[in-house]
Design a protein around this ligand. Structure first.
Ligand SMILES: Nc1ncnc2c1ncn2[C@@H]1O[C@H](COP(=O)(O)OP(=O)(O)O)[C@@H](O)[C@H]1O
Ligand SMILES: [Mg+2]
Length: 215
């Protein structure tokens, strides 16, 4: 039986990596085989593209369209070499960011041409849409403060100003509003345990519905 594709979205510091640990525990508990992956990335070439995209010291301005095309180049590899084969073999795939991030960051944040974005989505993502997306929503300042506390140096995109991330957050929420069945908004501003409990509830429900659909 084909696996399910789950994606985690949200601005930096929202708690995606933290949430992934809870999701991993959930899948192990339910004996569901899975692979964890991320975007941009997930294949050797896609990880190289990630480095090009995120290195802060690159002494050349990356144009919004270039950023968009590189994101989708990485995604095309990721889908074909990692996600689709895993799903076909019956594994679930959990990705730290996926297609909604392009709409949020390159669409909302960078204002790329929406027709170009839609066309790439149509031709690259195609029908490979997530079965479930968790959008971890936090006020931009909360996410930034958490990310700062974590202490890792900021990558190129993380170095953007607050307005950029406000636009990203808004684009994420707009998308969630348009696709309520797939995208579940999690209030990630509360305590870590409360956030994990919310995620757990969504996952339990999703698993139950998936199993009903399969039987
Ligand atoms: N609900 C929460 N409340 C407070 N701190 C949190 C919460 N969730 C995660 N953190 C902490 O905030 C930082 C960023 O979380 P992380 O999961 O790495 O975010 P992301 O992967 O979305 O950038 C980490 O240090 C993490 O321990
Ligand atoms: Mg993370």
């Amino acid at each position: 039986m084909r696996g399910k594709l789950m994606t985690i979205e949200g601005v930096e510091g929202a708690g995606k990596s933290t949430a992934l640990q809870g999701i991993q525990d959930f899948l192990l508990l339910h004996h569901i085989p899975f692979v964890m992956t991320r975007e941009p990335g997930g294949t050797a070439l896609a990880e190289v593209i990630r480095q090009w995209l995120l290195r802060p010291e690159l002494d050349e301005f990356i144009y919004p369209e270039t950023e968009l095309l590189l994101m989708f180049a990485a995604r095309a590899q990721h889908i074909r070499l990692c996600i689709e084969p895993a799903l076909q073999s019956g594994q679930w795939v959990v990705s730290d960011r996926y297609i909604d991030a392009s709409f949020a960051y390159q669409g909302g944040g960078r204002n790329v041409n929406p027709d170009l974005l839609q066309a790439l989505d149509h031709h690259v993502t195609g029908t490979l849409y997530p079965d479930l997306t968790l959008l971890l929503d936090v006020p931009v300042k909360v996410g930034a403060a958490r990310a700062a506390k974590r202490g890792a140096p900021k990558d190129r995109i993380e170095q953007e100003e607050q307005d950029f991330f406000e636009a990203v957050r808004k684009a994420y929420l707009d998308r969630a509003e348009q696709d309520k069945a797939r995208i579940k908004v999690i209030d990630a501003s509360s305590d870590e345990r409360v956030v994990q409990a919310q995620i757990h509830e969504v996952l339990e429900h999703f698993l139950q519905v998936s199993r009903e659909g399969a039987s």
